[in-house]
Structure formats: C-alpha cells, structure tokens
Design a protein. Structure first.
Lengths: 186, 452
C-alpha cells in the first residue's frame, strides 16, 4: 500500500463519531473603524500618514531607488520593473495599493496583481501601502467574507514592518523584510 | 535522562532561570490583556475547538479534498507516513533540482523529523532563517520553545556566537546591532537559495491553499526568491474552509505573543509562473494518536505556545528539560504517544493546575490528558518509586486503628527527625519543598474536644 492510502486507511480505522461544523456569527462591532485601524497599525509598529505627508517625504529625496505599483505615484518610480525579483535587492521604497484592511489588527490585504512580483513587499527596504479609508472592515470574519473564494495564486495580509524579538524579547524593527511600513490613508 | 534531572540542571543558573520564568510570564500577561480586549474571545475558542473536532472526525475526506484542489492549482502533493519518508521526499526534490543549499523558515515538523541533520549528512547546507532559529542553529542546539526558539539564551550568549560566526564586534550586545548583522548575513542566503522550505500553519481543504504566519517575513523572503518552495505540513493542520481562517488567525498571534496578528500572513494557492510549490503531508504518529480516544484531542493544537508561557513547570525548567521537539504541557501529552518509554517522565512534569487548558485557544483538555497519561504510564511501569509508599499507605488508610496510630507517630517523629533525613535525597518530595508547620493534635482529637 502506498503511504497515501496507508495514512487514509489508518484515519478511517479510527472511526470517530461525526461532529458538525459550527456556524460563525458576524461579530458586528460598532467601533470607529478608522480610529481602530490607526491604533492597530501603530501597535504593529507601522505608521499611518496623510497623502500630503507622503508627498513631502517623497520630495525630501530620502529614498534613492523607488518603484510605485500605484498609478497615482508612478511619476516617482525611477527604476524599470525587473523580471527577476533578485534585481530588487537594492530597492529603497516600494509603493503598493492595498485592497482593503482590517480595523481590529491593521492587516491589509494584497493579491498577486497588487504586487507585480511576490517578493516586492518583502525585499524592499521601506514599504508604503496606499489605502482608501472607505475600504475598512471591522474584523477577520468580515475580511474573509470579503475575500470570498476569489482566486489569487498568492494572497497576503501585511500588518506592519518586518520585526523580531528573538534576542532577549527586545523588539527590533527590520529583521529580514521591510524596515518600515507607512500606510497612506486617503 | 528524566525531566526532574534536566530541570535541576537548568535551575543551577539562578539568575538566568529567574529571567526565563519572568519573561515567559510577561508574554502570558500580554496574552491575557489582548484576549480581554476581544469581547467574543471565549466564543472564538469554542468555535475553534468545534471546527477542530469536525476536522478530526473527517480528516481523511478533508485531506483528499485538499489534495484534489491543491493539485488542480499546480501544487505537487506528497504523502509521508513517517519522518524518514518525509526526509527522503525533501532530499529527492533537492537532488532533482541539483540544489546544494537551502533556506528554511520555522517548521516544528522538520525539527520533529530531524530534517537538518539528514540533509547535512547528504551534503546539503541548511540555513534556518528565523532569527531565533539561526541563533540556536549556530550553537548546534534545538529550539527550546516553539514560538520563541532562543528564549533560553541571553544577549551575552548571542553576542558571543555572532562574534564567532558573523564577526560582529566583541562584547556588543545591542539587539538592534545583532539583528542587523543577521539581516545582512541572511540576505545573502536568501538571494542565493534555489529551494526554500517552510512549515504550514493552516491548510485549507476547500481551496487547496496553505497559510504561513511570520513576523520577520523570512518565510516569504525565502520562497519568493527561490525557484522551488517545499512546504512541510502535519496532516492535522488541515481546516475545512477559508472562512475558518478568520477564527484561527484571531486566536493564534494573540495567544502566542499577545499581538493582534502576525505582521505577515501569507496564503499560497498556486506557484507563480515558472516556479514550483511542493507540499508534503506527514503522518509520523498522528494517525496512531487519532486512534487513542483519550488523547486524540491533542491533535487540535495550533502550536501557539501559550501553554508553555503559562506553565509553572515549563517556566522554571526550560524547554530542553523535556527532551522532546515540542516541550511544555502540549509536548507532554503529544510525546508519550510517540515514545512512551523515552517520554515517561513528562506527564509528571506538571502540577495539574490546569492553567494550560485555560489558555489553550482550541480548548484542549491538556491537564486532564496529562493525568490520563500518568495512569497509562503507571500501568506500563508499575515499579515507579512511589509504588511501595502507596502500598503502605493503602494498608494504613484501610485500618482505622493503624491510621490513628500512624498519625500521632508522624506528628511526634517529624518534630524530632533532623532535616538531613526529612530532606534527604531519598525523599524526592523534600527537594525544594518545606513541610508545613505540624498541628499539635489531629483533626479527630480537635473535633472531639470542640463538638458541643
């Protein structure tokens, strides 16, 4: 018997009594979604900024190599988008558009089409996600309700910058991925 | 060696063990605070438990559904009955790709299968990319906690090993500085690896996708730069529907570290163009545990580590004292199912206080299972040291005269016995415990005097 059939036959031999799946309630919340989202991003060590603040940041010239996957800011892109993600290794700033976000934890949903290359949000030194403030849901149940069964090869919740606390539980921002996350709420 | 002996070794460094205890309690406290900020927390735990009950009752059909959907999404699905077969499948893929160096993000399953030494023996360089795991890998150690792999180490230890391996400044213990050095070191590894391995937090039957959660982003850095992604998943990690992710993701990070969600939650549904994804579904003793009615619920575990952070024994004995891939309370009910002889002291490494069950996000009755394992172990090994004392006690309790006499004798004897006998090595109870002050008379005598 091959391992697949062996495993499945051992599972069936266990003969467990049937158990129904529960129905997940909506868990409605009357919280102020925008305030909650901003607090969540801050707790995750990200920042929420306005479009004006972002524009002046871009103008300050702190970011050398910039790529914007968002049309509105494409004038700031100064590198050609590569075919191979390895070529993004010295990218200083990536600008992406988030589809929607979750107020309770700050998680922002992105799919393949929002990234161009899957490595982009991770390999870039700094990350900016542009988000429409009407695209906020209260919690993860509503989030998956919204995602539904849409097919994207890769789907990602980003809730903050890359971080670690593996050295004596001291929080350090910028482990392997983006050293900062700024959310431009419009 | 047994748990008490290993625990005693851990406690020799008092300052470090005190730090370990307090730090994990701090994590437990963060979990308490954030869980109380979610009004439906208890309801979520019940839902998660019910979903997992359904999973265990239908595990076979969910795995088949997962296989069908994942295959349709161009994911290669492999099945491994044990650790050896799992390791062979990984090596087979690496050989086919002529790959000599891989990056690997956190996967307790690959620790359980001892994948690293197996691959290294076969000439493959394995780089663990989670910072804590890279630190313990440098030291040739295993993780001592499933979420906080290097929690047994102080920054001084890490500074020393980084000085040796990464040429950081001698004596520089700054966590920012050390993390940055690891970032530069691991960036090189990410850029050069052709194959990346990850664990799996959840596999979704309905869509054939799987989900990986990290804070560092190391899993994603590895797989999106590599040509081939190998995901290693225990068969119990399956959940029925995508919507069920909402329940588990609300519970997982809050229970683990007291944060509302991990900063990255990645859903892998199909490979990008020109790349490959393989997933290995591993049994390795899980179907045997499923067939044990008293212990099958241990398979509901989502590996958050909350039971470790809260456990008074784990906090004061360290992960290594369990000598088991998964330590702590949950490890103590999982491991005896794999090797009862080797892990026979683990179910006794507990006060049965029940705090583990109270914090478990999927409501596993951990402390009750610890108690059940004790029964099994006592049956299998009737000559444990407490046996003789229990037989004498049985005789004494059965005869009222003997009970009365022994009571007054003990009250007399314990007063005059020198501490060297009461706390001698023969009396394991007396280690780190003090006898309470003895009453002058028995309750029976007191009751006779005071009854009116």
């Amino acid at each position: 018997m091959n391992s697949r059939d062996l495993i499945l036959s051992k599972i069936r031999a266990a003969l467990l009594e049937p158990k129904d799946l529960p129905i997940i309630p909506d868990f409605e919340s009357d919280a102020d979604l925008k305030a909650k989202f901003i607090a969540s991003i801050q707790a995750n060590k990200g920042k929420v900024i306005s479009k004006e603040e972002f524009l002046s940041l871009l103008d300050s010239g702190v970011f050398e190599k910039v790529y914007s996957h968002v049309k509105e800011f494409s004038a700031f892109s100064n590198i050609p988008f590569p075919e191979d993600a390895h070529d993004l290794n010295d990218l200083n700033l990536a600008i992406l558009q988030g589809q929607f976000a979750v107020a309770e934890n700050g998680a922002i949903w992105l799919e393949d089409q929002d990234m161009g290359l899957r490595a982009l949000p991770f390999i870039t030194e700094h990350l900016v996600i542009v988000l429409d403030s009407i695209q906020l849901v209260a919690n993860m149940h509503q989030a998956y309700g919204r995602i539904g069964l849409k097919e994207s090869g890769f789907g990602l919740f980003i809730a903050g910058p890359s971080k670690t606390a593996d050295i004596e539980q001291s929080l350090v921002i910028g482990a392997h991925g983006a050293k900062s996350l700024r959310v431009v709420l419009v | 060696m047994s748990h008490p002996i290993q625990a005693a070794a851990f406690l020799e460094d008092q300052a470090k063990s005190k730090w370990h205890d307090e730090t994990l309690w701090f994590v437990r406290d963060k979990r308490d605070k954030i869980s109380k900020s979610v009004p439906e927390w208890e309801q979520l735990r019940t839902l998660a438990s019910q979903i997992k009950d359904n999973v265990l009752a239908n595990l076979g059909s969910y795995l088949e559904e997962f296989e069908k959907n994942a295959t349709a999404n161009n994911i290669h699905v492999h099945w491994a009955k044990d650790a050896e077969e799992h390791n062979r499948i990984v090596l087979g893929i690496l050989k086919e790709k002529r790959c000599k160096a891989i990056v690997k993000s956190k996967s307790i399953l690959t620790e359980e299968c001892h994948l690293n030494p197996y691959l290294e023996k076969n000439g493959i360089e394995v780089v663990d990319t989670d910072l804590g795991e890279r630190i313990v890998q440098f030291l040739n150690q295993a993780p001592s906690h499933i979420v906080l792999p290097a929690i047994h180490l102080k920054k001084r230890d890490i500074s020393e090993i980084f000085h040796e391996k990464l040429q950081t400044e001698k004596g520089n213990e700054d966590p920012d500085y050390l993390t940055h050095a690891a970032r530069i070191h691991l960036r090189e590894k990410f850029l050069s690896a052709k194959v990346a391995i990850t664990g799996v937090n959840f596999g979704v039957a309905e869509t054939g996708e799987f989900v990986v959660c990290t804070n560092e982003g190391n899993a994603d850095m590895g797989v999106h730069l590599a040509d081939v992604h190998i995901a290693c998943m225990g068969i119990e990690k399956i959940i029925p529907k995508r919507e069920h992710l909402s329940v588990f993701l609300r519970l997982l990070a809050r229970s683990a570290t007291g944060q509302s969600v991990t900063n990255y939650t990645s859903h892998f549904r199909s490979p990008s163009k020109g790349k490959e994804i393989h997933i290995i579904l591993v049994d390795n003793g899980r179907t045997a545990q499923l067939a044990r009615p008293k212990f099958k619920d241990s398979l509901k575990c989502i590996r958050c580590g909350a039971c470790m952070n809260t456990c008074p024994i784990y906090r004061r004995s360290g992960g290594f004292s369990y000598e088991s891939t998964v330590p702590g309370p949950i490890g103590s009910i999982l491991s005896p199912g794999i090797d009862l002889q080797k892990h026979s002291s683990l179910p006794f490494a507990s006060t049965l206080c029940g705090s583990c069950s109270d914090v478990c996000p999927v409501k596993i009755n951990i402390h009750e299972q610890l108690y059940e394992w004790r029964q099994e172990i006592t049956k299998a090994q009737p000559d444990r040291t407490k046996g003789l004392a229990m037989k004498i006690a049985n005789g004494v309790f059965a005869v009222p005269f003997a009970y009365n006499l022994s009571g007054s004798m003990m009250r007399g004897a314990l007063k005059i016995l020198p501490d060297s006998i009461t706390y001698s090595g023969l009396n394991t109870w007396g280690k780190q415990r003090d006898l309470p002050e003895l009453p002058k008379e028995s309750f029976k005598d007191w009751y006779k005097k005071n009854r009116k």
